[in-house]
Design a protein around this ligand. Structure first.
Ligand code: AMP
Length: 230
């Protein structure tokens, strides 16, 4: 085990966020991490960062991400090891975008324990397919800080410019309409076994995730806190 991993306490909690593309895992994950003082780790953001930096991991992931496919489990598990190992002092983690398959959830149990962590809760963000399409087809992402906004429902003050950091806004290649449909199909294939896995081990909580952002974040935080307090 790395020196970094040894610094984590024996049962550092991990809350995983499950949900379709555009269900708000990033937005609510950040709010939840801030409320609990945990580290927010987004697998998608970390992959995009590896792709930008042309790392070996980024090269292995790029073609899958651009085609709206899941990155193979072995590549993804390597990413999770790197993410957990990169935050030795975290008091807990909000894992956003991982796991996305039963195999990943099972692998996470081992990887978490090797890093002195334990998955305490899986929060499922429940959003309809119609709403996912609406959200993703207008979504703009900042090249600088990774925050998102929406062309019509949450437009930036200045077109093309991130309100948070002034960075350039762009449309992710996997937010194009054909790729969105592909991602939703992939999501439906994978989600049931994943929810069953966490339900069977008493860790699944479902959150109605449509409606005003702050209200949904508050629901997510309340659910997660009720579990953390156990
Ligand atoms: P996201 O930003 O969470 O929507 O992720 C963007 C893309 O990264 C996904 O469409 C997948 O191609 C890839 N990805 C992120 N997390 C995972 C994962 N846990 N397993 C497989 N692929 C992933």
């Amino acid at each position: 085990m790395s020196q970094a991993a040894k610094n984590l306490s024996p049962s550092t909690p991990i809350v995983v966020l499950l949900g379709g593309p555009g269900s708000g895992k990033g937005t609510h994950g950040q709010a939840l991490a801030a409320a609990l003082d945990y580290q927010h780790l987004s697998s998608g953001e970390h992959f995009r960062d590896h792709i930008r930096r042309l790392t070996p991991l980024g090269r292995r992931a790029a073609e899958f991400i651009e085609g709206g496919q899941l990155v193979p489990d072995d590549v993804t598990i390597d990413l999770v090891r790197a993410m957990l190992g990169g935050c030795p002092d975290a008091s807990g983690f909000v894992l956003d975008g991982y796991p996305r398959s039963l195999a990943q959830a099972e692998a996470l149990e081992q990887v978490a324990s090797a890093f002195g962590c334990v998955v305490t809760r899986a929060l499922y963000l429940d959003v309809s397919d119609d709403e996912i399409v609406r959200r993703l087809s207008g979504r703009l992402t900042c090249r600088g800080c990774g925050r998102t906004c929406h062309e019509t429902s949450k437009p930036p003050a200045r077109p093309g410019v991130c309100d948070a950091c002034g960075g350039e806004l762009f449309r992710r290649t996997d937010d194009e309409p054909a790729t969105i449909r592909q991602r939703i199909a992939v999501f439906h294939r994978m989600i049931d076994p994943l929810r069953d896995f966490y339900r069977a081990t008493g860790r699944l909580m479902e959150v109605a995730a449509e409606g005003p952002v702050q209200e949904v974040s508050a629901r997510v935080i309340a659910k997660a806190k009720s579990s953390v307090a156990q």
